[in-house]
Design a protein around this ligand. Sequence first.
Ligand code: GLA
Length: 379
Amino acid sequence: MITDDAVAAFREEFGAEPAGLWAAPGRLNLIGEHTDYNEGFVLPFALPQRTIAAVGPAPAGEWTVCSTSEDRAVAFGLTEPGQVTGWAAYVAGVVWSLHDAGHEVPGARIAIASEVPLGSGLSSSAALESSVLTALIDLGGLDVPLEKRPAIAQRAENVYVGAPTGILDQSASIRCQEGKALFLDCRSYEIDQIPFDLAAAGLAILVINSNAPHQHVDGEYGARRRTCEEAARLLGVPALRDITGDQLDDVLARLDDEVMRRRVRHVVTEDDRVLETVKLLHTGQVREIGPLLTASHVSMRDDFEITVPQVDIAVETALRAGAHGARMTGGGFGGCVLALIDTGAADAVTAAVEEAYAKEGFTPPTAWTVTAGPGATQL
Ligand code: GLA
C-alpha cells in the first residue's frame, strides 16, 4: 500500500511517527487541452492514483523532505526561487509560495510516496505540490480557502521551478471530487462539479500510457504558449478565450502566419468542445461525448502539433477496436491517451494497441481503466 510506504519512509528517515497523512491525486484531463493559459475551459477528473505525504512537525523555518523514489533527503530553510533544484524544488516551491502569499508556514518533515506515473501527462508534479500544500495548510492551521490553493501551487511551479504551465493540473488535484468531472473556467476560477458516472452508462475510461520518451517538452510547451499570447495581442483581445467559435473565420483572416492560425483554431475550437462536452454530460449523454474527444485529438495533432506517432497510433487503434472516442491527454509530445469504451472492452482495446505497438517496434504501452477519485485531502 502506498500509504504504508510513505509511513515506512517517514519512520526510516526521521525515526518517528508522522502526525498525519495527506493524499493528492494525479489528474486525467477529459477535454480542454492548452486552453488553461488562454483563460479558457478545462474538464479534468482526479485519478485514483495518488501521491501521499506523511508529515510531521519540525522547528520553525526548517523543512526536510524524502521520497521512496529518491536516494537522499533534502533539507532547506526559507529559500528564493531556484535555490532548491531537482524533485525537491516542487516542495521548496510550495513552502516559498505559501510564505510569499503571506502565510506562516509551519516547519515540517515530509516523506513522499507516489503511484502517479512520472512524465506521462498525468500531473505527478501537481500531485506532489498539492499533497504538500494541503499538509502544510492543515498542519499550520492556515486559513487558505480551497479556491485560492491551486494558484499557490501553480506559482511554485511557474516561479520557483520555472515551468510556464497553466492552472489545470493543480486545480484538478485540489478541487476535484469523487465521481465528478471538474468544469473549470480558467479566467474566473469558477467551477461546476459535473456528475461523471461512466459505469451507470455502461462505459469506462481506459488510460493508455504510450510510454513514449518525452523530448524537448518544456521548450515546445513554452513556444505554444508564446504563440497563443502573441496571437491574442495581435487580435487585440486579453486572451484567446475571448474569441468565440462564430468569430473564428474572421479572426483567422486577420492573421498572416499560417502556424499561428492553426494554433488559434485549436484553442478556440477546443474551448467550444469543452462547453459541448459539459452540456452532454449534464443531460446524461455520456457516449455522445466520444466524437468530441476524437475531434480534440485531431485538433491537437493537426493544428496544435503536440502529438507523436505513439499517441496517434494508440488513438487510431482504440477507435478501430470499438472506442467511442479517444484523445491524448495532458501537455503533449507523448504521455497518455484516454479512450471512452464500453464496460468490458478494456482487454480487447488494450490488446489491439499492444499489437499495433509491437508492429511499429514501439516500447509496449501500459493500460488501465480509471474512475473519478477524490481531490487532495487528509487521510
Ligand atoms: C500541462 C500543463 C497544464 C496544461 C496542459 C495542457 O499539463 O501543466 O497547465 O496547459 O499541459 O492542457
